[in-house]
Design a protein around this ligand. Structure first.
Ligand code: NAD
Ligand code: LMR
Length: 323
């Protein structure tokens, strides 16, 4: 039995994400929670002849039943950006939304794998961690900031330049999930040696600000939803497969480095004094089973890390101190 709850399930990400999850053979119960429209979304999805039962839950009074005993909770709830906004501008609305959903999860599904999509991810993940600590149920291996869209974008943009297959090209992206905190490690990608310094800088910038590209193109109608649903489903399904015992599944994800054990110091040696960072991890039955080395980075990438650290530290402190 695998119960997955999507919080924000009626939204721009929530609906396509739920559709993708509905296709999984591994999920037996897909629970859809939002403050609006979930009965309709659930009725619609429930007609699809795949394995999972679908239930819809609307409003705070139905949050407990929505989330109770979930194995995985995916949170794309909250407001998206409009042109001219930073992700941090979303904090004042989304922080409280994420805190309240995390509180319900800590009470009713304390062992769930928490996949946090709501922005600003750099701060919302520390918020969830603090809520779980407050309830005495914190396990840093089980709480993830979903940065998969950065990796998906990086694979697409870099493969276009070097002529590789986008679906199989692996581009590690570490750090955080906002502008300069997004750190693509292009020097580790075979084929990028044929790119000029200028091309590397341009594609790095495109990966860092890929979200803005979509926000601008949507022109006030929100931010990435479909590509995020794809990325979020990939991440959640990988978590489930690993939890069921599949070996060798790796993803980059934004975590509390407390989950890294002895490997935390080697991350801090490159990243500076940050408590949370997106790192390549191997997933296992309890969530993060191993933090993998960041690997060699070149001088240009070192300069990107230096620019990321202060912003990341500020974002983390803001999330960790939010009540
Ligand atoms: P949206 O406005 O289309 O949908 C958000 C949904 O959340 C709505 O249905 C809304 O009713 C619901 N919601 C609001 N308050 C809620 C609450 N208290 N409980 C449950 N649901 C609630 O927005 P969207 O485009 O789906 O984006 C959602 C979030 O995801 C935004 O914060 C956005 O910035 C973020 N995002 C993150 C990434 C990433 O890479 N991590 C990518 C894209 C978007
Ligand atoms: C993204 O990277 O697309 C998301 O974080 C949404 C945004 O605000 O850009």
């Amino acid at each position: 039995m695998v119960k997955v709850t999507v919080c924000g399930a009626a939204g721009g990400i929530g609906q396509p994400l739920s559709l993708l999850l509905k296709q999984s053979e591994h999920i037996t119960h897909l629970s859809l929670y939002d403050i609006v429209n979930t009965p309709g979304v659930a009725a619609d999805l429930s007609h699809i002849n795949t394995k999972s039962k679908v239930t819809g839950h609307k409003g705070n009074e139905q949050l407990e039943e929505a989330i109770k005993d979930s194995d995985v909770v995916v949170i794309p709830a909250g407001v998206p950006r409009k042109p001219g906004m930073t992700r941090d501008d979303l904090f004042k609305i989304n922080a409280g939304i994420v805190r309240d959903l995390a509180t319900a999860a800590a009470k009713y599904a304390p062992k769930a794998f928490m996949c946090i999509i709501s922005n600003p991810v750099n701060s919302t993940v520390p918020i969830v961690a603090e809520v779980f600590k407050k309830h005495g149920v914190y396990d840093p291996r089980r709480i993830f900031g979903v940065t998969t869209l950065d990796i998906v974008r990086a694979s697409t943009f870099v493969s276009e330049l070097i002529g590789a297959d986008a679906a199989s090209l692996k581009v590690p992206v570490v750090g955080g999930h906002s502008g300069v905190t997004i750190l693509p490690l292009l020097s580790q990608v075979p084929g990028t040696e044929k790119l000029s310094e200028e091309q590397i800088k341009q594609v790095t910038n495109r990966i860092q600000f890929g979200g803005d590209e979509v926000v601008k193109a949507k022109d006030g109608a929100g931010s990435a939803t479909l590509s995020m649903a794809y990325a979020g489903a990939r991440f959640a399904l990988n978590i489930i497969e690993a939890a069921k015992g599949a070996k060798g599944i790796t993803e980059c994800t934004y975590i509390d480095l407390a989950a890294a054990g002895d490997a935390a110091q080697s991350v801090k040696d490159v990243a500076g004094d940050v408590a949370y960072f997106s790192v390549p991890v191997e997933l296992g039955t309890e969530g993060v089973s191993k933090v993998l080395p960041i690997g060699q980075i070149n001088e240009y990438e070192k300069s990107l890390f230096a620019a990321a650290t202060p912003e990341l530290q500020g974002n983390i402190a803001k999330g960790a101190s939010f009540q």
